[in-house]
Design a protein around this ligand. Structure first.
Ligand SMILES: *Cc1c(COP(=O)(O)O)cnc(C)c1O
Length: 355
């Protein structure tokens, strides 16, 4: 049987427009392949789903409640909805994915909880901003703050240190707020900090973590991890109602077993971060090109003139500029260092005088 997809639809040259351009890493693929040998009970009542949840409990060194959903928007929205009532509000950074890239899903799934966005240049929220927003309005006419959500690593590739997370958790405690972490790139933050996942989350006061699998090397899937198990009540019903309960759940959970048991989750993140560092080192000091955000996780953000960016585009490079106008390059488990070198060389040439 011949394929109906022409080879020309698949780009042969690797692009770094998003860490979602990558395919499925071998460890995730192998586990899915193994889960595909025969049948298994549906809706999560299978050994893979149990194994994946256990692997998370082992990784986080605690007895947490773990749920598997299809994507990050659902993970964040449903987690936030479980932390507040419709008349509550959620404090976030103004550049956070929940505020800018989820089409109102957090408000929708919480039946209207308002997002209170704090101004932030690097995607991080400060404890002072939490204090400010938490007490700004305390009358019945304004939605009551109930949750803080932080992104680790942030949309601009910054990483909260554990001390910073702790300080945020303290601010939350002072105002009776739950702390949610959007960890679509949590693995990259772990790789950068070199600290244990436990230290970075529940030991520092995080109540719920959305742990990203897609950008880490899976085909699809995020894990919602409740360290504060009181908050997970009926979360399975919430997932089902939202269309997020996979009937063949083993294909969402098996890849996690592959990722966690082999350590691929961290290996992939380390490689992706190293590629970002590799690019950053080579473009540092190029006149007309400025790294706009310290490179900590797996992304590099470059400020350059539209002329330079257009030259790069003309050479075939794909990138987005929707975050603060900087050209974003994201790296995943599959990034080729040789291709990163080609990108660096093209940036240098496109920025060169007289070009
Ligand atoms: C990619 C991403 C998500 C998840 O997005 P989906 O497209 O819904 O899977 C969530 N948060 C952040 C910070 C992201 O970068």
């Amino acid at each position: 049987m011949s394929t109906t997809v022409s080879p020309s639809t698949a780009s042969t040259e690797q692009q770094f427009g998003s860490d979602n351009y990558a395919g499925i890493c071998p460890e995730a693929w192998a586990a899915m392949d193994e889960a595909n040998r025969g049948f298994a009970p549906a809706y999560g009542d299978d050994i893979w789903t149990e194994g994946a949840a256990d692997a998370f409990r082992k990784l986080f060194e605690t007895n947490c409640d773990v749920f598997f959903v299809f994507n990050g928007t659902a993970a964040n929205s449903l987690a936030l909805a479980s932390l507040c009532q419709s008349y509550h509000s959620v404090i976030c950074a103004d550049s956070s994915h929940v505020e800018t890239d989820e089409c109102g899903a957090p408000e929708f799934f919480s039946n209207g909880s308002k997002l209170l966005a704090a101004q932030s240049d690097d995607g991080k929220i400060l404890p002072e901003q939490i204090h400010e927003l938490a007490v700004k309005r305390q009358d019945i006419h304004y939605p009551k703050p109930r949750v803080v959500t932080i992104t680790q690593s942030t949309e601009t590739g910054r990483v909260y240190t554990t001390a910073e997370t702790r300080a945020i958790a303290l601010a939350c405690k002072a105002h009776n707020l739950s702390l949610h972490m959007d960890g679509a790139r949590f693995a990259n933050a772990c790789a950068y900090l070199g600290e244990t996942p436990a230290e970075m989350t529940w030991k520092s006061g995080v109540d719920v973590l959305c742990f990203g699998g897609t950008k880490n090397g899976m085909a699809v899937g995020e894990a919602v991890i409740f360290f504060n198990r009181k908050l997970s009540e009926d979360f399975d019903y919430r997932c089902k109602q939202a269309g997020q309960l996979a009937s063949k759940m083993r294909f969402l959970s098996a890849p996690w077993v592959g990722m966690l048991e082999t350590g691929a989750w961290l290996k992939n993140a380390r490689h992706a971060n190293a590629c970002a560092q590799h690019l950053a080192r080579q473009v540092e000091g190029i006149p007309g090109v400025q790294i706009s955000s310290p490179v900590e996780a797996n992304g590099v953000f470059l400020l350059a003139s539209e002329q330079i960016l257009n030259k790069l585009r003309a050479r075939g490079w794909r990138f987005y500029t929707f975050i603060g106008g900087a050209a974003r390059f994201m790296f995943a488990w599959d990034a080729s260092l040789k291709r990163v070198d080609e990108l660096a060389a093209d940036i240098r040439e496109c920025a060169g005088a007289g070009n």
